[in-house]
Ligand binder design. Structure first.
Ligand SMILES: Nc1ncnc2c1ncn2[C@@H]1O[C@H](COP(=O)(O)OP(=O)(O)O)[C@@H](O)[C@H]1O
Ligand SMILES: [Mg+2]
Length: 251
């Protein structure tokens, strides 16, 4: 049975698109279709103008950098893991990607980039594994960056700082952020509200707050009253400090 129906959207360079929806709504399936883990049964999906079915997975990897929902790390060093997407990346490039990914904890480790990573990354916390796999994705130059639920284990402040740093880092690429947390996607240029594999709404936060009941429901369940009032009001400077920087940058 098909999981996704009647989808129509564009991911444009220099813009961030977010997909929000409950578990099982089909968010990860969209990412997997782009990477050809599955192929569409109907319709088409193009990357840089070509139908993905005419592009080999190897070539697709040159266009798309992907952080899967389940952050995976392999045994080796942190540097080995980070260079997976770009074998000749310099140490400076690795540190830069770690900084953007808010992975300052690596600087605290006695062996730095040469620190051992156990199979599956089990010697790091879930949030650290997520940040390391985000850093790895950033080391790889790409036209499209996909983050599938990659910010879920981060606290709100780190989540906001990371998204703010991302904006300048991948400014020329298209960015797709898949999330369940509305705070993560508020500032996206376009937000897709997905439910049971169908688009319930597509627009900015403000547009969806006016027009999309499914989105309003998510907002009501996740945002505090005062945040709702501020975010739907005219003056977005009033947004809580943790998200303020990312907000401004997103406009
Ligand atoms: N490999 C698969 N084979 C069959 N069904 C799948 C597979 N992967 C996901 N699904 C189904 O597709 C639907 C959407 O899943 P998914 O895209 O993972 O949702 P989300 O990422 O929004 O939680 C779910 O009903 C799930 O059970
Ligand atoms: Mg998913």
């Amino acid at each position: 049975e098909d999981t996704l129906h009647h989808l129509n959207f564009y991911l444009r360079r220099g813009t961030t698109t977010a997909i929000i929806g409950q578990t099982g709504s089909g968010k990860s399936t969209i990412a997997k279709l782009m990477l050809r883990f599955h192929d569409v049964t109907d319709g088409e999906l193009t990357v840089c103008g070509s139908d993905v079915r005419t592009i080999t997975q190897q070539e697709l990897r040159d266009h798309i950098s992907y952080v899967p929902q389940k952050a995976w790390l392999f045994s080796g060093t942190i540097a080995d893991n980070l260079r997976d997407g770009k074998a000749d990346a310099s140490d400076e490039e690795l540190w830069h990607a770690l900084d953007v990914a808010q992975s300052g904890f690596v600087r605290e480790l006695p062996d730095g980039l040469q620190s051992r990573v156990a199979q599956g990354g089990t010697n790091f916390s879930g949030g650290q594994r997520q940040r390391l796999s985000i850093a790895r994705a950033l080391v790889r130059p790409a036209d499209l960056y996909i983050f599938d639920d990659s910010f879920s284990a981060l606290d709100f402040k780190t989540d906001a700082a990371l998204r703010h740093a991302l904006q300048t880092e991948v400014a020329d690429a298209a960015v797709l952020i898949i999330a369940q947390r509305i705070n993560t996607i508020l500032t996206a240029d376009q937000i897709i509200v997905l439910k049971d594999g169908c688009i319930q709404g597509l627009g900015t936060h403000e547009e969806l707050m006016r027009s999309c009941s499914a989105y309003q429901e998510i907002a009501r369940s996740q945002l505090r009253e005062e945040e709702l009032a501020e975010l739907t009001g005219e003056d977005r400077e009033q947004v809580p400090a943790a998200d303020g920087a990312a907000m401004k940058g997103g406009e």
